[in-house]
Design a protein around this ligand. Structure first.
Ligand code: 3EB
Length: 341
């Protein structure tokens, strides 16, 4: 399979990650039509159409931190709308879909329903290939009303939905599963028309969907990265990545070593050897090619050390947003995601 030489290239999908200040309205600055926005805010809010573009709001910014917003743009004309409580926009090549699940005593059944509705909607509009999903989960490592950790509770419902839709969506995309600062689940994703995606695993890590049951009754449903073919070189969406080797957390209680191991995991994931295994041509990437970076840090006092390491590794011009939120295992101190283009 070649992803470099097809003549008929679809228009690209671009994103910006911007810090929000009141003096700067980022949405008006850049060219293109807005497909979707993810606002990392100081309070939770329902998804909404804002200036006719869908926006997910998630409570990830506390105290004195500056809110951030990720904006997905396309060159194609966009049509936006609602699907019950969900908002969406599509450009004929890409779909952005966002929905919020209010706090539940037990999440499983409502997560399954939410995901099934989303998958049905996506399939019916012809976006057969999932590209990138974000699962932003309040109280992610706290117990639900039955004493089950909310992340594990969530994973059961998500897994059941993907099982029910496995004939339509046989492959899992890149994803993030991370904590937020308020109860409830914020979900959004990007899907594409057929034939442009390749989903990748990491040779250093057990596929998440094969994690053993000691990490939860149903394994997490995601791939380590998804390549989306497009203009020029395409985009490689890197899932939330942590200091996991095989299926085990490495460097418990050492945030600096967890950060370095996470960066090494990303380096191998996006490298030419790994891309070659999946028939994704081109030179491959290194961790320094990661852009639109989000760094999630569990403990506020760890932010400076994580920031220092990231500042050394990533080029100065790259946008990096730091969020002080829980990670999905109590012993994971840091998680990093981004996009290589
Ligand atoms: C891990 O590698 C860390 O449940 O959607 C990363 C990315 C993680 C996505 C998800 C979870 C998810 O298992 C956690």
């Amino acid at each position: 399979m070649s992803h470099q030489n097809s003549g008929d290239r679809v228009q690209g999908l671009r994103s910006d990650l911007v810090r929000c200040t009141e003096s700067r309205e980022p949405a008006r600055a850049a060219r293109g039509n807005i497909l979707g926005r993810i606002k990392f805010a100081g309070t939770p809010a329902a998804p909404a159409l804002v200036g006719s573009a869908p926006r997910l709001t998630t409570h990830m910014v506390g105290g004195n931190d500056v809110p951030a917003e990720e904006i997905w743009r396309t060159d194609l004309p966009v049509r936006a709308g609602t699907d019950g409580p969900a908002v969406f926009a599509e450009d004929g090549e890409h779909l952005f879909y966002a929905v919020r699940l209010e706090p539940q005593s037990v999440y499983r059944d409502r997560v399954r329903e939410l995901y099934e509705n989303a998958l049905r909607f996506t399939w019916e509009r012809g976006y057969t290939d999932l590209v990138r999903m974000w699962n932003l989960i309040g109280g992610i490592t706290s117990p639900n009303a039955d004493g089950v950790e909310i992340y594990r509770d969530f994973c059961v419902g998500r897994s059941e939905a993907f099982a029910a839709w496995s004939e339509h969506f046989p492959q899992l995309p890149a994803a993030t599963g991370i904590g937020t600062l308020s109860p409830g689940v914020d979900l959004c994703f990007i899907a594409a028309k057929p034939g442009r995606t390749v989903h990748l695993e990491n040779p250093r890590q057990t596929p998440a969907y094969e994690y053993p049951s000691r990490y939860g009754p149903k394994s997490p449903s995601f791939a380590r990265a998804t390549f989306l073919d497009g203009q020029e070189t395409g985009s490689l969406f890197v899932s939330g990545t942590a200091s996991i080797l095989g299926e085990d957390t490495a460097h418990v209680d050492d945030v600096a070593r967890q950060t370095v191991e996470t960066l090494r995991n990303i380096d191998v994931l996006v490298g030419s050897d790994n891309l070659g295994r999946y028939g994704v041509n081109g030179g491959g990437y290194g961790v320094r090619d990661l852009d639109q970076i989000k760094v999630y840090v569990r403990d506020r006092e760890h932010v400076p050390v994580v920031r220092d390491i990231c500042t050394l590794v990533f080029p100065a011009h790259v946008e990096i947003a730091y969020f002080n939120v829980d990670v999905c295992r109590a012993d994971l101190l840091v998680e990093i995601e981004g996009v290589c283009r």
